[in-house]
Design a protein around this ligand. Sequence first.
Ligand code: KG4
Ligand code: ZN
Length: 363
Amino acid sequence: MKKSLNILSIETSCDDTSIALVKCSGTLKSPKFEVLYNIVSSQIAIHRPFGGVVPNLAKREHIKNLPKIYNQLLKKEKGLERKIDAIAVTVGPGLEPALWTGITFAQELSAKLKKPLIGANHMEGHLYSNWLSVAQVKSSKLKVKSEKTTPYALRPTTSIKFPAIALIVSGGHTILLHMTAINKWTKLGETLDDAAGEAFDKVARMLGLPYPGGPEIQKLAAKGNPNAIKFPRPMLNKQNYEFSFSGLKTSVLYYLRDNPATNKADVAASFQQAVIDVLTKKTMRAAKEFNAKSILLCGGVSANKPLQNTLRKLAEDSGRNFVVPDLEFNTDNAAMIAVAAYINSLQKNKRRLKIEAQGNLSI
Ligand code: KG4
Ligand code: ZN
Protein backbone atom coordinates (compact mmCIF):
# COMPACT_ATOMS: atom_id res chain seq x y z
CA MET A 1 0.00 0.00 0.00
CA LYS A 2 1.15 3.52 -0.76
CA LYS A 3 2.45 5.35 2.28
CA SER A 4 0.84 8.65 1.49
CA LEU A 5 -2.08 9.96 -0.48
CA ASN A 6 -1.99 13.19 -2.48
CA ILE A 7 -5.51 14.58 -2.29
CA LEU A 8 -6.58 17.35 -4.61
CA SER A 9 -9.47 19.09 -2.86
CA ILE A 10 -12.11 21.53 -4.00
CA GLU A 11 -14.21 23.92 -1.90
CA THR A 12 -17.04 26.08 -3.29
CA SER A 13 -19.71 26.04 -0.56
CA CYS A 14 -20.00 29.81 -0.20
CA ASP A 15 -18.03 32.74 -1.58
CA ASP A 16 -14.48 31.37 -1.66
CA THR A 17 -13.28 29.28 -4.58
CA SER A 18 -10.44 27.12 -3.33
CA ILE A 19 -8.30 24.23 -4.58
CA ALA A 20 -5.62 22.56 -2.48
CA LEU A 21 -3.16 19.73 -2.81
CA VAL A 22 -2.45 17.98 0.47
CA LYS A 23 -0.12 15.05 1.07
CA CYS A 24 -1.89 12.91 3.65
CA SER A 25 -0.41 10.01 5.58
CA GLY A 26 -0.60 8.22 8.91
CA THR A 27 -3.38 6.57 10.83
CA LEU A 28 -6.45 7.89 12.62
CA LYS A 29 -4.36 8.06 15.80
CA SER A 30 -1.61 10.10 14.19
CA PRO A 31 -2.52 11.48 10.79
CA LYS A 32 -0.02 13.75 9.07
CA PHE A 33 -0.68 16.46 6.58
CA GLU A 34 1.59 18.44 4.34
CA VAL A 35 -0.17 21.25 2.55
CA LEU A 36 1.56 21.52 -0.81
CA TYR A 37 -0.78 24.16 -2.17
CA ASN A 38 -3.81 25.98 -0.88
CA ILE A 39 -5.12 28.52 -3.32
CA VAL A 40 -8.09 30.63 -2.27
CA SER A 41 -9.84 33.09 -4.55
CA SER A 42 -12.14 35.31 -2.54
CA GLN A 43 -15.27 36.86 -4.03
CA ILE A 44 -15.66 39.50 -1.31
CA ALA A 45 -15.35 42.43 -3.74
CA ILE A 46 -18.15 41.00 -5.91
CA HIS A 47 -20.66 40.42 -3.11
CA ARG A 48 -19.76 43.51 -1.07
CA PRO A 49 -22.09 45.94 -2.89
CA PHE A 50 -25.00 43.61 -2.02
CA GLY A 51 -24.09 43.43 1.68
CA GLY A 52 -23.91 39.61 1.62
CA VAL A 53 -23.40 36.58 -0.60
CA VAL A 54 -25.63 36.40 -3.70
CA PRO A 55 -25.90 32.65 -4.54
CA ASN A 56 -26.14 33.03 -8.32
CA LEU A 57 -23.23 35.44 -8.45
CA ALA A 58 -21.22 33.01 -6.32
CA LYS A 59 -22.07 30.22 -8.77
CA ARG A 60 -20.99 32.32 -11.77
CA GLU A 61 -17.71 33.25 -10.09
CA HIS A 62 -16.91 29.67 -9.04
CA ILE A 63 -17.48 28.46 -12.61
CA LYS A 64 -15.07 31.14 -13.82
CA ASN A 65 -12.47 30.66 -11.07
CA LEU A 66 -12.21 26.87 -10.78
CA PRO A 67 -10.45 26.28 -14.14
CA LYS A 68 -8.33 29.39 -13.54
CA ILE A 69 -7.04 28.16 -10.20
CA TYR A 70 -6.57 24.62 -11.48
CA ASN A 71 -4.51 25.90 -14.42
CA GLN A 72 -2.45 27.96 -12.00
CA LEU A 73 -1.72 24.77 -10.09
CA LEU A 74 -0.89 22.87 -13.30
CA LYS A 75 1.66 25.55 -14.12
CA LYS A 76 3.19 25.56 -10.65
CA GLU A 77 3.54 21.81 -10.18
CA LYS A 78 5.14 19.85 -12.98
CA GLY A 79 3.35 16.56 -13.68
CA LEU A 80 0.61 17.51 -11.22
CA GLU A 81 -2.00 15.17 -12.66
CA ARG A 82 0.24 12.11 -12.27
CA LYS A 83 0.71 12.95 -8.60
CA ILE A 84 -2.98 13.12 -7.69
CA ASP A 85 -4.23 9.96 -5.95
CA ALA A 86 -7.75 11.09 -5.10
CA ILE A 87 -10.06 14.06 -5.46
CA ALA A 88 -12.14 15.50 -2.63
CA VAL A 89 -15.02 17.91 -2.88
CA THR A 90 -17.32 19.68 -0.42
CA VAL A 91 -20.88 18.34 -0.84
CA GLY A 92 -22.48 20.39 1.96
CA PRO A 93 -23.61 22.22 3.94
CA GLY A 94 -23.66 25.44 1.92
CA LEU A 95 -25.34 27.19 -0.98
CA GLU A 96 -26.49 24.47 -3.36
CA PRO A 97 -25.85 26.34 -6.65
CA ALA A 98 -22.33 27.07 -5.38
CA LEU A 99 -21.74 23.50 -4.16
CA TRP A 100 -22.77 22.06 -7.52
CA THR A 101 -20.06 24.00 -9.36
CA GLY A 102 -17.34 22.33 -7.28
CA ILE A 103 -19.00 18.93 -7.53
CA THR A 104 -19.32 19.10 -11.33
CA PHE A 105 -15.71 20.23 -11.68
CA ALA A 106 -14.54 17.44 -9.36
CA GLN A 107 -16.59 14.80 -11.19
CA GLU A 108 -15.11 15.78 -14.53
CA LEU A 109 -11.59 15.74 -13.13
CA SER A 110 -12.15 12.39 -11.46
CA ALA A 111 -13.36 10.90 -14.76
CA LYS A 112 -10.49 12.42 -16.71
CA LEU A 113 -7.77 11.28 -14.28
CA LYS A 114 -9.55 8.01 -13.38
CA LYS A 115 -9.09 8.74 -9.68
CA PRO A 116 -11.62 8.21 -6.89
CA LEU A 117 -13.84 11.08 -5.82
CA ILE A 118 -14.52 11.56 -2.10
CA GLY A 119 -17.34 13.79 -0.81
CA ALA A 120 -16.56 15.89 2.27
CA ASN A 121 -18.65 17.68 4.87
CA HIS A 122 -17.71 21.38 5.10
CA MET A 123 -18.20 21.45 8.89
CA GLU A 124 -15.96 18.40 9.33
CA GLY A 125 -13.50 20.35 7.19
CA HIS A 126 -13.59 23.23 9.68
CA LEU A 127 -13.23 20.81 12.59
CA TYR A 128 -10.26 19.09 10.96
CA SER A 129 -8.62 22.39 10.04
CA ASN A 130 -7.26 22.13 13.59
CA TRP A 131 -5.10 19.27 12.40
CA LEU A 132 -3.58 21.67 9.88
CA SER A 133 -2.31 23.75 12.77
CA VAL A 134 0.06 20.92 13.49
CA ALA A 135 0.73 20.20 9.83
CA GLN A 136 3.84 20.78 7.87
CA VAL A 137 3.34 23.23 5.05
CA LYS A 138 5.78 23.87 2.26
CA SER A 139 5.73 27.58 2.93
CA SER A 140 7.81 28.39 -0.12
CA LYS A 141 5.14 26.98 -2.38
CA LEU A 142 2.22 28.19 -0.39
CA LYS A 143 0.11 31.17 -1.18
CA VAL A 144 -0.06 32.69 2.28
CA LYS A 145 -2.88 35.13 2.89
CA SER A 146 -1.60 36.64 6.10
CA GLU A 147 1.76 38.31 6.31
CA LYS A 148 2.36 37.30 9.87
CA THR A 149 2.15 33.54 9.38
CA THR A 150 5.03 31.76 11.07
CA PRO A 151 6.87 29.47 8.69
CA TYR A 152 5.13 26.20 9.43
CA ALA A 153 8.18 24.01 9.44
CA LEU A 154 9.66 26.10 12.26
CA ARG A 155 6.64 25.82 14.47
CA PRO A 156 6.67 23.29 17.29
CA THR A 157 3.99 20.71 16.78
CA THR A 158 1.24 20.66 19.36
CA SER A 159 -0.64 17.47 19.86
CA ILE A 160 -4.38 17.27 20.13
CA LYS A 161 -5.40 15.23 23.16
CA PHE A 162 -8.72 13.60 23.90
CA PRO A 163 -11.23 14.10 25.33
CA ALA A 164 -11.47 17.43 23.55
CA ILE A 165 -14.09 20.14 23.22
CA ALA A 166 -14.40 21.76 19.79
CA LEU A 167 -16.14 25.05 19.16
CA ILE A 168 -17.02 25.54 15.49
CA VAL A 169 -18.07 29.11 14.76
CA SER A 170 -18.73 30.11 11.17
CA GLY A 171 -21.06 32.25 9.10
CA GLY A 172 -23.75 29.58 9.13
CA HIS A 173 -23.05 27.51 12.26
CA THR A 174 -22.20 27.65 15.96
CA ILE A 175 -21.60 24.12 17.25
CA LEU A 176 -20.04 22.69 20.39
CA LEU A 177 -18.70 19.12 20.13
CA HIS A 178 -17.40 16.69 22.72
CA MET A 179 -14.76 14.55 21.01
CA THR A 180 -13.39 11.30 22.38
CA ALA A 181 -11.34 10.50 19.27
CA ILE A 182 -10.60 12.15 15.95
CA ASN A 183 -13.66 10.46 14.43
CA LYS A 184 -15.91 10.16 17.49
CA TRP A 185 -17.93 13.01 18.85
CA THR A 186 -21.29 14.04 20.19
CA LYS A 187 -22.88 17.37 19.50
CA LEU A 188 -23.45 19.15 22.81
CA GLY A 189 -25.36 22.05 21.35
CA GLU A 190 -25.68 24.59 18.60
CA THR A 191 -27.33 27.90 17.91
CA LEU A 192 -31.09 28.10 18.08
CA ASP A 193 -31.18 31.04 15.65
CA ASP A 194 -28.36 33.15 14.16
CA ALA A 195 -24.83 31.77 13.92
CA ALA A 196 -22.03 33.76 15.56
CA GLY A 197 -20.62 34.88 12.21
CA GLU A 198 -24.07 35.85 11.01
CA ALA A 199 -24.47 38.07 14.10
CA PHE A 200 -21.11 39.73 13.35
CA ASP A 201 -22.19 40.33 9.75
CA LYS A 202 -25.61 41.74 10.71
CA VAL A 203 -24.30 44.03 13.45
CA ALA A 204 -21.58 45.25 11.07
CA ARG A 205 -24.29 46.21 8.62
CA MET A 206 -26.13 48.19 11.32
CA LEU A 207 -22.88 50.04 11.98
CA GLY A 208 -22.47 50.81 8.28
CA LEU A 209 -19.49 48.45 7.90
CA PRO A 210 -18.96 46.41 4.72
CA TYR A 211 -19.38 42.64 4.24
CA PRO A 212 -17.99 40.41 5.69
CA GLY A 213 -18.58 42.07 9.02
CA GLY A 214 -16.43 39.94 11.35
CA PRO A 215 -13.02 41.37 10.49
CA GLU A 216 -14.48 44.91 10.29
CA ILE A 217 -16.03 44.65 13.76
CA GLN A 218 -12.76 43.31 15.14
CA LYS A 219 -10.91 46.31 13.68
CA LEU A 220 -13.39 48.90 14.95
CA ALA A 221 -13.70 47.16 18.34
CA ALA A 222 -9.97 47.58 18.90
CA LYS A 223 -10.63 51.34 19.24
CA GLY A 224 -13.58 50.97 21.61
CA ASN A 225 -14.34 50.04 25.20
CA PRO A 226 -15.74 46.49 25.56
CA ASN A 227 -17.40 47.44 28.86
CA ALA A 228 -19.03 50.64 27.61
CA ILE A 229 -22.44 49.09 26.92
CA LYS A 230 -23.96 46.15 28.78
CA PHE A 231 -25.42 44.06 25.99
CA PRO A 232 -27.19 40.82 27.01
CA ARG A 233 -25.27 37.52 27.15
CA PRO A 234 -27.96 35.23 25.68
CA MET A 235 -28.24 31.72 27.14
CA LEU A 236 -25.15 32.25 29.30
CA ASN A 237 -26.81 31.09 32.48
CA LYS A 238 -28.88 28.32 30.92
CA GLN A 239 -27.45 24.96 31.94
CA ASN A 240 -27.19 23.66 28.41
CA TYR A 241 -24.84 24.05 25.48
CA GLU A 242 -27.16 25.89 23.18
CA PHE A 243 -26.53 29.37 21.82
CA SER A 244 -28.72 32.21 20.59
CA PHE A 245 -27.50 35.44 19.02
CA SER A 246 -30.65 36.90 17.56
CA GLY A 247 -31.65 38.72 20.79
CA LEU A 248 -28.19 40.25 21.12
CA LYS A 249 -28.40 41.48 17.53
CA THR A 250 -31.81 43.06 18.25
CA SER A 251 -30.55 44.79 21.38
CA VAL A 252 -27.72 46.35 19.33
CA LEU A 253 -30.34 47.52 16.84
CA TYR A 254 -32.45 49.15 19.59
CA TYR A 255 -29.38 50.66 21.22
CA LEU A 256 -28.34 52.30 17.94
CA ARG A 257 -31.89 53.54 17.36
CA ASP A 258 -32.11 55.08 20.86
CA ASN A 259 -28.55 56.45 20.91
CA PRO A 260 -27.85 57.81 17.43
CA ALA A 261 -24.86 59.83 18.64
CA THR A 262 -23.14 56.84 20.24
CA ASN A 263 -19.48 55.96 19.76
CA LYS A 264 -19.63 53.15 17.19
CA ALA A 265 -16.31 51.69 18.32
CA ASP A 266 -17.79 51.18 21.80
CA VAL A 267 -20.80 49.44 20.27
CA ALA A 268 -18.55 47.14 18.20
CA ALA A 269 -16.31 46.37 21.20
CA SER A 270 -19.24 45.76 23.58
CA PHE A 271 -21.04 43.55 21.06
CA GLN A 272 -17.88 41.55 20.35
CA GLN A 273 -17.29 41.13 24.09
CA ALA A 274 -20.82 39.80 24.60
CA VAL A 275 -20.27 37.17 21.87
CA ILE A 276 -16.85 36.23 23.27
CA ASP A 277 -18.24 35.90 26.81
CA VAL A 278 -21.00 33.54 25.75
CA LEU A 279 -18.82 31.41 23.46
CA THR A 280 -15.88 31.05 25.81
CA LYS A 281 -17.85 30.54 29.04
CA LYS A 282 -19.99 27.79 27.51
CA THR A 283 -16.94 26.14 25.97
CA MET A 284 -15.10 26.19 29.31
CA ARG A 285 -18.13 24.82 31.12
CA ALA A 286 -18.16 21.90 28.67
CA ALA A 287 -14.40 21.46 29.04
CA LYS A 288 -14.81 21.11 32.81
CA GLU A 289 -17.81 18.81 32.61
CA PHE A 290 -16.09 16.43 30.20
CA ASN A 291 -12.56 16.77 31.59
CA ALA A 292 -11.27 17.95 28.25
CA LYS A 293 -7.53 17.93 27.71
CA SER A 294 -7.68 20.04 24.55
CA ILE A 295 -9.89 22.86 23.36
CA LEU A 296 -10.21 23.36 19.62
CA LEU A 297 -11.50 26.54 18.00
CA CYS A 298 -12.34 26.69 14.29
CA GLY A 299 -14.60 28.17 11.59
CA GLY A 300 -14.45 31.69 10.13
CA VAL A 301 -15.13 33.46 13.45
CA SER A 302 -12.08 31.70 14.92
CA ALA A 303 -10.06 34.29 12.98
CA ASN A 304 -11.17 36.77 15.67
CA LYS A 305 -8.05 37.55 17.71
CA PRO A 306 -9.76 38.67 20.95
CA LEU A 307 -11.82 35.45 20.85
CA GLN A 308 -8.67 33.37 20.29
CA ASN A 309 -6.80 35.17 23.06
CA THR A 310 -9.61 34.87 25.59
CA LEU A 311 -10.18 31.16 24.95
CA ARG A 312 -6.45 30.42 24.86
CA LYS A 313 -5.97 32.04 28.26
CA LEU A 314 -8.94 30.27 29.83
CA ALA A 315 -7.81 26.94 28.39
CA GLU A 316 -4.16 27.26 29.35
CA ASP A 317 -4.88 28.67 32.81
CA SER A 318 -6.87 25.52 33.49
CA GLY A 319 -4.10 23.23 32.22
CA ARG A 320 -5.62 22.41 28.84
CA ASN A 321 -3.97 22.84 25.48
CA PHE A 322 -5.54 25.20 23.04
CA VAL A 323 -5.55 24.70 19.29
CA VAL A 324 -6.64 27.13 16.62
CA PRO A 325 -5.74 26.96 12.91
CA ASP A 326 -3.65 29.65 11.26
CA LEU A 327 -5.49 32.56 9.70
CA GLU A 328 -5.24 30.97 6.29
CA PHE A 329 -7.22 27.97 7.52
CA ASN A 330 -9.78 29.75 9.76
CA THR A 331 -11.99 30.88 6.93
CA ASP A 332 -13.04 28.69 4.02
CA ASN A 333 -10.23 26.84 2.28
CA ALA A 334 -9.79 23.58 0.38
CA ALA A 335 -6.90 22.22 2.47
CA MET A 336 -9.30 21.40 5.32
CA ILE A 337 -11.51 19.50 2.84
CA ALA A 338 -8.62 17.22 1.93
CA VAL A 339 -8.05 16.52 5.63
CA ALA A 340 -11.74 15.67 6.15
CA ALA A 341 -11.72 13.39 3.10
CA TYR A 342 -8.56 11.60 4.27
CA ILE A 343 -9.86 11.03 7.80
CA ASN A 344 -13.08 9.65 6.35
CA SER A 345 -11.23 7.42 3.91
CA LEU A 346 -9.36 5.85 6.85
CA GLN A 347 -12.68 4.68 8.29
CA LYS A 348 -13.54 1.72 6.16
CA ASN A 349 -16.98 1.21 7.70
CA LYS A 350 -18.18 4.79 7.59
CA ARG A 351 -20.94 5.50 5.10
CA ARG A 352 -19.62 7.56 2.18
CA LEU A 353 -21.27 10.87 1.43
CA LYS A 354 -23.39 11.02 -1.70
CA ILE A 355 -21.78 13.12 -4.41
CA GLU A 356 -24.55 15.70 -4.70
CA ALA A 357 -25.14 19.14 -3.22
CA GLN A 358 -26.57 18.76 0.30
CA GLY A 359 -27.33 22.30 1.45
CA ASN A 360 -28.33 21.32 4.99
CA LEU A 361 -25.89 18.49 5.65
CA SER A 362 -25.22 18.27 9.39
CA ILE A 363 -22.11 17.27 11.26
O1 KG4 B 1 -16.14 29.65 7.86
P1 KG4 B 1 -16.44 30.82 7.03
O2 KG4 B 1 -15.34 31.39 6.19
O3 KG4 B 1 -17.65 30.53 6.09
C1 KG4 B 1 -18.73 29.76 6.50
O4 KG4 B 1 -18.62 28.52 6.48
O5 KG4 B 1 -19.72 30.39 6.92
O6 KG4 B 1 -16.99 31.95 8.04
C2 KG4 B 1 -17.34 33.21 7.59
C3 KG4 B 1 -17.77 34.02 8.78
C4 KG4 B 1 -18.37 35.37 8.40
O7 KG4 B 1 -19.58 35.54 9.10
C5 KG4 B 1 -17.32 36.36 8.87
O8 KG4 B 1 -17.85 37.63 9.26
C6 KG4 B 1 -16.72 35.64 10.05
O9 KG4 B 1 -16.65 34.31 9.62
N1 KG4 B 1 -15.38 36.15 10.36
C7 KG4 B 1 -15.08 36.77 11.54
C8 KG4 B 1 -13.73 37.18 11.42
N2 KG4 B 1 -13.26 36.78 10.21
C9 KG4 B 1 -14.29 36.13 9.58
N3 KG4 B 1 -15.83 37.02 12.62
C10 KG4 B 1 -15.25 37.69 13.63
N4 KG4 B 1 -13.97 38.14 13.60
C11 KG4 B 1 -13.18 37.91 12.52
N5 KG4 B 1 -11.92 38.34 12.50
ZN1 ZN C 1 -16.94 27.67 6.31
